[in-house]
Design a protein around this ligand. Structure first.
Ligand code: GLN
Length: 246
């Protein structure tokens, strides 16, 4: 069995360890005897979605997003067909914002891919925090770190999680990220997947299901990762409680 992981514009969208997300997916496949190959596409390249199983769109500063967003328009229809066909996507922070219709900043509007019905507006101050999310579709909490000026609004779409600690999409509605078909968009980095092996396995699972019609994943020994996750959850939930008791 083998899968192809597509990394879009790693030279520009690479804030906060997006390569760590790639490494995590590759290793969790290999440890199970699944061969995972990584294909990186740079700005001038023609992106081929036909043999892609997981697409990663990483985080970037506003300046880098602006460069990428122009290019994204030329791959929009192929990318959209991939998503509508159940293709797996993980988009982090700047990449998450670009999944939507637009990202408005004081310098103007960046047109997004409109793959998911959401939009983003820049606000002040930046939302910077550790984050803990709850989502019953996952066996335990999702943890990470956020740092964004954009406020994202996802309408009736399903969030990636509800915020137990941190700001989330916009600091107002208690939602973080988005889930649409097999797309996950999120502000969480850290990087996301090594901190959350259950999220990594979900991406691998949906990719295998689409390609081979089966997503049975052999369990791996995640005791260290689970202990680290637990530590973060207990630490920040306790801090929140102490702050509200004060
Ligand atoms: N430039 C975007 C923002 O500040 C995304 C930042 C990021 O990817 N960390 O909202």
């Amino acid at each position: 069995m083998n899968i192809k992981i597509v990394h879009l514009y790693p030279d520009l969208l690479n804030l906060y360890g997006d390569r760590g997300n790639i490494q995590c997916m590759v290793m969790r496949c290999r440890w199970r005897g699944i061969d995972a190959q990584v294909k990186e596409y740079r700005l001038g390249d023609r992106v081929d979605f036909s043999d892609a199983d997981i697409v990663l769109l990483g985080g970037g500063s506003d300046r880098e997003q602006q460069i990428v967003c122009t290019k994204l328009q030329s791959i929009r229809s192929d990318f959209s067909a991939y998503v509508e066909d159940g293709g797996t996507v993980i988009a982090v922070c700047g990449g998450y914002q670009l999944l939507g219709h637009y990202y408005d900043t004081p310098d103007g509007r960046m047109e997004g891919l409109s793959l998911v019905d959401l939009y983003t507006q820049q606000g002040s101050p930046r939302l910077i925090s550790n984050v803990i999310l709850k989502n019953e579709e996952f066996p335990y909490e999702i943890v990470g770190f956020e740092n964004h000026g954009g406020r994202t609004f996802i309408g009736d779409n399903k969030p990636f999680g509800t915020v137990a600690f941190g700001f989330g999409n916009n600091g107002e509605d208690g939602k973080e990220g988005v889930m649409y078909k097999n797309v996950i968009g999120t502000y969480l980095h850290g990087p996301l997947l090594p901190k959350n092996p259950h999220v990594c396995d979900r991406l691998i699972g949906t990719a295998l299901e689409r390609r081979f019609g089966s997503s049975q994943l052999e369990p791996l020994d995640d005791e260290d990762e689970k202990r680290a996750n637990r530590y973060i959850v207990e630490r920040f939930v306790k801090e929140e409680k102490q702050a509200s008791d004060r």
